[in-house]
Design a protein around this ligand. Structure first.
Ligand code: CTP
Ligand code: MG
Length: 239
């Protein structure tokens, strides 16, 4: 890859060790069929094909048998599976960062991306890299909250309307320097961490929000598959 000397690498790390319980199917959602291929192939192919991404690690559940059966021919030697998934997403990310340690320098960028976000585009990656080019810490793709927000009580009655100004929905990739991210996760209460940025925030650093696309949503429930298929057809021209 066209690596300038002393330029930081861009390494993707894809947590894919979840069970997809909210999807309610026997196979984990990352292997659900989507637009003619297993869901996980979409984001992994997009990251592997991106010229600025040097290596792609995928964190899998120990004993995963489905990954090896997917079509990784377009990924070449950029792709590296790591069978070290943990109990939670954050544990999978942390285990993956430790397992990939020898291939990453402290100053390199790590882009953590959910396998369950298949509609990531090369343009999303370009925007993130461009916005964080001069950052010491890093940041994440996110979209401003568009709906009016309500805070409710346990009975589902509205108590309050919450001002949505300056509220964003965090997406992935979340991109941080390797040393910043691994230190933040080491110090964080891993059970309470739902994204990389929240661990980095706890160190006092301020990750930058980079405008993402609403199409880059996380497939969580069965009905999300049809929506993801439409997005892939429209924006990627894929089958
Ligand atoms: N993930 C992981 N290790 C875990 C849990 C989740 O690597 N122990 C991954 C998932 O495979 C997914 C991403 O983190 O790509 C986002 O997590 P989520 O959407 O919550 O997926 P699941 O945990 O699999 O789904 P659910 O919460 O419905 O069980
Ligand atoms: Mg989960």
């Amino acid at each position: 890859m066209d690596q300038m000397p002393n330029q930081p690498k861009h390494v993707a790390l894809i947590p894919a060790a979840g069970s997809g319980s909210r999807m309610g199917s026997a196979t984990p959602k990352q292997y659900a069929p989507l637009a003619g291929r297993p869901l996980i192939e979409h984001a992994v192919h997009t990251l592997c094909r991106h010229p600025r991404i040097d290596q792609v690690f995928v964190v899998l559940a120990p004993g995963d048998r489905d990954f090896a059966a997917c079509d990784w021919r377009c990924c070449g030697d950029k792709l590296m599976p790591l069978y070290c998934g943990g109990e939670t997403r954050a544990a999978s990310v942390f285990n993956g960062l430790l397992a990939a340690n020898d291939a990453i320098d402290g100053n390199d960028w790590v882009l953590v991306h959910d396998a369950a976000r298949p509609c990531l585009t090369a343009a999303d990656i370009d925007r993130l890299l461009a916005a964080l080019k001069d950052s010491e810490v890093g940041g994440l793709l996110a979209v401003p909250v568009a709906d009016t927000l309500k805070r409710a009580n346990a009975e589902g009655e509205v108590l309050q309307t919450v001002a949505r100004e300056q509220l964003w929905r965090a997406q992935t990739p979340q991109m941080f320097r390797y040393r910043v991210l691994i230190e933040a996760l080491r110090r964080a209460d891993i059970a309470a961490v739902t994204d990389e940025a929240s661990a980095v925030e706890q160190t006092g650093a301020r990750p930058l929000l980079v405008g993402g696309s609403t199409g880059n949503f996380k497939v969580t429930y069965p009905e999300d598959l049809a929506l993801a298929e439409l997005v892939l057809q429209q924006f990627h021209g894929k089958r």
